[in-house]
Design a binder for this molecule. Sequence first.
Ligand SMILES: Nc1ncnc2c1ncn2[C@@H]1O[C@H](COP(=O)(O)OP(=O)(O)OP(=O)(O)O)[C@@H](O)[C@H]1O
Length: 277
Amino acid sequence: MYIIDFENIDVAYDNIDSYKDRDIDSNYKENIVLKDINLKIEEGSHWAILGANGSGKSTLLKLILSEIHPRATKEFKKEIMGLKRYSIFELKKYLGVITNDLHNYFLQNASYMSGFEVVLSGYYSSIGIFTHQDFTSSQISKVFEVMNFLDIINLKDKKVSAMSTGELRKCLIARALIHTPKAFILDEPTVGLDIKSQINFIKMLKKLSKTTSIILVTHHLEEIFEEIDNVALIYNKTIYKSGKKDEILTSENLSEIFDTKISIKKKNERYFIEEIL
Ligand SMILES: Nc1ncnc2c1ncn2[C@@H]1O[C@H](COP(=O)(O)OP(=O)(O)OP(=O)(O)O)[C@@H](O)[C@H]1O
């Protein structure tokens, strides 16, 4: 079973400015951001999706979340867990999606919630716990179970307003884990974390990867931990290359996608930029 099975997908944003200045010509009405997207991610595998700023990583996420849709001008395939159509609630049972937007939303709108409540709210995908919501004792036990699993039980009474960036992000992962998703998609999850918190966070992802597929969207090569064995590079509005990590993560490919001559090295199964040439 494929978690993600995309073939031949083009994605465009409306581009009002570009056709305002020109004669009405359909070629200029849309701003194609991704074209010919072919991506197959198998259940149980771990992936990194790597690309420069503005390459289309967030757009790919929006496509997965059905916040934007493929252009209907050609035949395409878009399936998540074998489903052509899915509601956002259904999707959450299969995919835990952690974005900075979600993080900021909680910061702004749920600062009063405790860590325990943040995790519990995953059952109704709500921001807040409400009196009409019923929870069974096994649901409550599951909250403790996932918080223990992620080593964050110490955050159960801590308010969101008092949490560090890394602490809130871990609570959001626990919130998604309530549904036992088959995969986690994490969009630049270590943004805002200091070195120790980054290392700690990646340790948690490694633990998570034993039971769940991890799809890490990033522009940081160093974040690609050992268990991630596949990489897709986004460049030139498409999946430029994808496949086994060792074949894809080469100095040549990375120099191309980041438009900077770099030399990369591998040490202890992790890659890093050795030199900017
Ligand atoms: N709502 C929008 N309307 C029009 N163009 C957009 C919109 N959102 C993004 N774009 C354009 O789509 C392209 C890809 O943007 P996207 O945000 O997907 O890149 P990204 O790889 O996530 O970048 P970053 O690493 O900086 O977050 C960019 O050229 C961007 O300007």
